[in-house]
Write a protein that binds this ligand. Structure first.
Ligand code: HSE
Length: 433
């Protein structure tokens, strides 16, 4: 006989309607496969009149979230309104009422998750958040179960579809950032506040969750280095391409000498790298484990049905384990990892200096780089405008970020050499020869 669970959804927006549609359309299939009958008992939203293209049975819709939070028959509350409040209050109150919680709310979990997970732990309840990272890609389950046997060596993720879409179009068309951002907003890809997408904040929320799960460290959003894509120009993209690279906004977590690097920034990656080929709004997460080696997961990171697919997978998982399988999430086995300050990282760098076109300039710049232990692997100067400002592109071998920052500071003060602030982009992958 099937086991029945009652579910209530708070938030009937894009993901809420996708979740409802999947439960109504695929409920029989899910029951056959899992032996779990999921009853969609209530959906709460302030607007219950607008049509969402999904036929909700009578009596299910309500404008009062507490109708489901206080309903003793509801086992799982699904929070899909996003943002911090009232989502946080709804979640905590649902846990206090003895419900399990499923959510897609990466911003809330990354910044207030400690309190929420502690409440869940105290009440022996589950929090499902598969939908919070990379939408339809089941990356949380991969990290929690599929790769549970591994020490995770590194994670590289394209986990914000909006910024990937913007960079893809800038690359294909040479289009400027602002114009493509407007298109992304018109197409509904960007978050309510596009700053979260383009400044790397949404990516950092997701990286915070992935890193905590993978390394057993506390949720460390404040310690993630965050740099968005607003400073990337078609010119940088063209130079990167000439050198055989693509520019992607990456979430990076990697362990080096018992410390973790957690960083989000535009990154130059060799064009033949698999993750360089992930374009448009698609997401991908590349994970290296010490036992499994390289793995990669690819799919849709947003949208009603892909994200709904992740939400329903959590409902099924929790329903199958109600009362018997609490999984500890926080600090599950930290090996005492420290999180590195960004100035302690080491990688390759692309510089775009704006220099005066005259003899001796390159030697002054390479001299400063040399005194800071930075070795050059390629130089491009295409334009020739004697005595005027021209771009000078330099690619380095592996160098320390602290040395890079010191060198840039010194170079930017060179009179009669540089004409504008120097720009740099971190480069991952094999060193350029
Ligand atoms: N704005 C997000 C993105 C949606 O662009 O990926 C899903 O988190």
């Amino acid at each position: 006989m099937s086991k029945a669970v009652n579910v209530g959804i708070i938030g009937f927006g894009t993901v809420g309607s996708g979740t409802a549609r999947i439960l109504l359309q695929n409920g029989a299939l899910i029951e056959r496969r899992t032996g779990i009958k999921i009853n969609l008992k209530k959906i709460a939203d302030l607007d219950i009149d607008r049509t969402r293209g999904v036929a909700i049975p009578q009596g299910v819709l309500t404008t009062d979230a507490y109708e489901l939070i206080n309903d003793p028959e509801i086992d799982i509350v699904v929070e899909l309104i996003g943002g911090i409040e009232p989502a946080k209050r709804f979640m905590l109150d649902a846990l206090k009422q003895g419900k399990h919680v499923v959510t897609a709310n990466k911003a809330l979990l990354a910044t207030h998750g400690t309190e929420i997970f502690e409440e869940a732990q105290a009440r022996q309840k589950n929090i499902g958040f598969e939908a919070a990272v990379a939408g339809g890609i089941p990356i949380i389950r991969v990290m929690r179960e599929g790769l549970a046997a591994n020490n995770i060596m590194s994670i590289y993720g394209i986990i914000n579809g909006t910024s990937n879409y913007i960079l893809t179009r800038m690359t294909r068309e040479g289009a400027p950032f602002d114009a493509v951002l407007q298109d992304a907003q018109r197409l509904g890809y960007a978050e309510a506040d596009p700053t979260f997408d383009i400044e790397g904040i949404d990516t950092a929320h997701k990286l915070t969750l992935l890193a905590s799960l993978s390394y057993g460290i506390p949720l460390s959003f404040d310690k993630v280095y965050k740099e968005g894509i607003t400073g990337i120009t078609p010119e940088d993209i063209a130079y990167a391409s000439e050198l055989g690279y693509k520019i992607k906004l990456l979430a990076i977590a990697k362990v080096i000498d018992s410390a973790i690097e957690l960083r989000v920034h535009p990154t130059m990656l060799p064009e033949d790298n698999l993750i360089s080929k992930v374009d448009d709004v698609l997401n991908a997460v590349y994970v290296v484990g010490d036992a499994v080696g390289e793995t990669m997961y690819y799919g849709r990171g947003a949208g009603d049905m892909p994200t709904g697919s992740a939400v329903v997978s959590d409902i099924i998982d929790i329903a199958g384990s109600v009362g018997c399988r609490y999984r500890q999430f926080l600090q599950a086995g930290s090996d005492g990892y420290k999180i590195k300050d960004i100035s302690d990282i080491e990688t390759m760098y692309y510089f775009r200096f704006t220099v005066l076109d005259k003899p001796g300039v390159l030697s002054k710049i390479s001299g400063v780089l040399g005194t800071h232990n930075i070795s050059i692997s390629a130089v491009i100067q295409k334009e020739r405008r004697e005595g005027e400002a021209v771009p000078l592109v330099v690619l380095t071998h592996r160098a320390k970020e602290r040395d890079i920052l010191n060198a840039v500071k010194e170079i930017d003060q060179l009179q009669q050499v540089v004409a504008a602030k120097t720009k740099f982009i971190r480069v991952e992958g094999k060193e350029y020869n």
